[in-house]
Design a protein around this ligand. Structure first.
Ligand code: PRP
Length: 260
């Protein structure tokens, strides 16, 4: 298991928050641009690029940034419309709206300096990223479920099939448990797989539990507690260390949560 997974240890070179100096109250809303000690921009014209997942997380992230004094409302659905690249120079930021599972690729590839991605997506893809802050939004869990009326007898040594959008996490989980099973990768509507005979169990995200209830599935166990994390690219952590540290510190004060 890599240090990334489930570990609270700081990673080498991980961007951490800058210490707050006593007697220097935080300015309420400075733009997130790197500056030298004389206040000159270190990367003139360079906006910090943030990959935001489309959907509910985008709304929650915008609300969280607002609490940190960073106005991303230009990137909300009402304002942005169909635009997917939104420059917000007043905040020193540029926002990319991308599919949630694509956020790590944009960040690892350097197209975005940082992004917001679910713990589920990060664990599944296991990319080379820093993950400095749990934002505590988009909470749900990744769970194993099976039909209420056809519980699996794990001791029966039958050929078990697990359907999921998260094959890597599922394989690791089964391996850790010493369970031999087939993992079937799906891209959606996972809940119907056991109902129509494609799989014995599913591994899927559960929030309210309503989807499972509607399909007469019961949760067997939780594999992973999920929330959205800030992820940072390796190159960006060096080139844009100042503004990234500042952003992590500001968001960290709002969420007051786990840091890596
Ligand atoms: C997730 C998950 C379930 C549902 C669970 O799907 O795959 O279908 O949410 O939520 P509930 O416990 O509140 O019913 P999502 O809405 O993310 O859509 P997707 O399958 O297209 O990814």
């Amino acid at each position: 298991m890599s240090a990334r997974r489930g570990s609270a240890r700081p990673r080498p070179g991980s961007p951490g928050p800058q210490p707050r100096r006593k007697g220097h109250p935080t300015v309420s809303k400075p733009p997130v641009v790197p500056r030298d000690s004389d206040g000159r921009s270190l990367t003139p014209g360079r906006l910090l690029t943030v990959a935001l997942p489309a959907g509910r997380i985008r709304d929650e992230a915008i609300a969280l940034f607002a609490q940190a004094g960073i106005d991303l409302s230009a990137a909300d659905r009402a304002h942005a419309g169909r635009r997917l690249v939104i420059a917000i120079p007043e905040e020193g930021l540029r926002v990319l709206i991308v599919r949630d599972t694509d956020v790590p690729a944009y960040v690892e590839g350097g197209a975005a300096d940082l992004g917001i991605a679910g713990r589920d997506v990060l664990e599944e893809q296991d990319r080379d990223l820093y993950e400095p802050l749990d934002l505590g939004i988009g909470r749900c869990r990744l769970a194993v479920a099976e039909p209420e009326d056809r519980p699996v007898d794990e001791a029966a040594h039958i050929h078990l099939r697990y359907a999921t959008k998260f094959p890597e996490i599922t394989r690791r989980h089964l391996q850790a448990r010493g369970t031999v099973a087939e993992v079937i990768k799906l891209y959606g509507s996972v809940e119907i797989a056991p109902l129509v005979g494609l799989a014995d169990r599913i591994v899927d995200l559960v929030s309210s539990g309503e989807t499972l209830r509607q399909h007469r599935l019961r949760e067997v166990e939780t594999i992973l507690e999920v929330s959205a994390w800030l992820c940072v690219g390796r190159a960006a952590a060096k080139l844009m260390a100042g503004p990234i540290d500042d952003l992590v510190a500001r968001l960290g004060r709002v969420v007051g949560g786990k840091r890596r």
